[in-house]
Design a protein around this ligand. Sequence first.
Ligand code: HAS
Ligand code: CU
Length: 560
Amino acid sequence: MAEAKKELITDTKNDNFTLQAPEKKLYRTFIYFSIVALLIGGLMGLLQTIMRAGDFTLPFGIGYYQILTVHGVILALVMTTFFIIGFQFALMGKSVGISAKQLKWGWISFWIMAIGTTITTIMILLGESSVLYTFYTPLKAHPLFYIGLALVIIGSWISAFVNFRQLYVWKKAHPGEKSPLFAFMVVINMAMWVIASLGVAISVVALIIPWSLGMTATINVLVTRTLFWYFGHPLVYFWLLPAYMAWYAIIPKIIGGRIFSDSLARMAFILLIFFSIPVGFHHQLTEPGIDPTWKFVQVVLTFMVVIPTLMTAFSLFATFEVTGRKKGYKGLFGWLRHLPWKDVRFLAPFIGMLAFIPGGAGGIINASHQMNAVVHNTIWVTGHFHLTIATVVMMTFFGIGFWLIPHLSGRTLTKSMNKLGIVQTILWTVGMLFMSGSMHIQGLLGGPRRSDFSTYGGTEQAQTWINYQLFQAIGGTILFIAIILLVYIYVKLAFFTPKGTEEFPVGEEEPDAQPTPKFFENWYLWIGITIALILFAYTIPFIDIINNSPPGSPPFPNLI
Ligand code: HAS
Ligand code: CU
């Protein structure tokens, strides 16, 4: 073991470690698990669109809400978390290294998460837990559904602490040096994740599990929903930040350029941790038990997030333009031509970036209180997140997989796989245009989310919605074909393409870049401000919610 440790921690002095066989195995196991989840979750998505489009019923009495729950839980909570942790581990291994002991804890984390996922999935498939991925009370699932989810979260915390430890050990060995950008970004994302998931963990462990076990007679619905959304919004940024990591620090290398600004990237991540947690009320704008003043405060904090997002858009544009001009392309938009359009490692994430323009605009609409009243609980919201998570984030993740999977399996991304990847990218884009576009329109026509229209009994309004349903069924079919193609490519890259060393693209700063200010390393300050903002945004409204709860549903409900 001591030998392995020595082997793993080989500092090459330029913050660029060569990933070793044992660590590669952990990282790729996380990623492969997420691909299996994508396949299962994607199939459920296809079944949903078909069920909603007509009179199609599933065998064995499998219900619409059952497959909708599998779709949401397996894709939104499981596939994302496994991919992100695997990818982030790879970034940490590459930038600060991993020791044998840390690696062991990484495996423990994986197994706890995998066991939790299996328990939860079985409970949904048994038809005992059709409570959707938000598991709003008073919908009640089998206790094992929640216990499984709690295990996924606990497992992910272990990975988070391993990541914190990795950076800590590196910093001890490099006193006074700035932490590598990859490691900095991963630690921000995991710090956000731990702080946020504490909320849902408290809700699940202290309130929901005792209630579903029958130990308590009632549950405080508003408290559980509030704790869920305290977690739910940072959850979406937990998905987004790894995409940002790729945009800021990997894409520049792929296009043959440099990172526009290391300080700006760090600043964006710090602002994102500040403004990702104290904003959950923007999912609860229609809920009567929350004081409108505090909804307003959280909406203002939500809008603050536009700043780091636009900083990101600016700095990506700048990287693209500077690189193009350096290569000699002239004119206002001449530099656009230099971009490597035929390289799937670039094309897929780039389309993801583009999708963020309408996706972000939709988010701003959702967050605007009055407009939220128009779209809330309509399928518009589902359209919004099929643009953000399923297009912006997923296309970036797909793009990462095209180089990361062969890097981890010791194989190469061949020309033919790259071509197939481009076909896959186009299919996904077209599929999501159908899917998300028709969801947005259907939502504006009042089509409700999370419901099987075909059971609405042929009212005139339901008939209008069903027309758009057809587009979703087309979109769903194209997307499912794209998933099959992706899995085919990934299996090739994992086991069959020629052996070799696929590049791990690590972006570098401009040689004459200004040094990154020291205060970016002040973790106590960043976490301190984050906690202060959370306390500011949540303390008074939370006390208010508890004080005004109906009798019999205090935060810790009456024992039977
Ligand atoms: Fe959202 C609901 C507000 C972003 C995911 N969101 C959801 C749900 C999910 C989700 C899953 O305020 C549903 C939850 C449920 O089941 O109920 N969202 C926002 C806002 C943003 C936002 C303000 N959401 C996301 C992201 C997600 C995501 C990102 C996943 C990854 N969302 C809401 C609200 C609701 C909501 C309400 C509740 C609705 C309701 O009533 O239930 C912001 O973060 C958006 C900021 C983004 C921008 C765009 C910037 C553009 C960029 C593009 C760069 C491109 C370049 C390339 C450089 C302002 C960065 C250009 C190159 C060229 C050549 C042109
Ligand atoms: Cu949100």
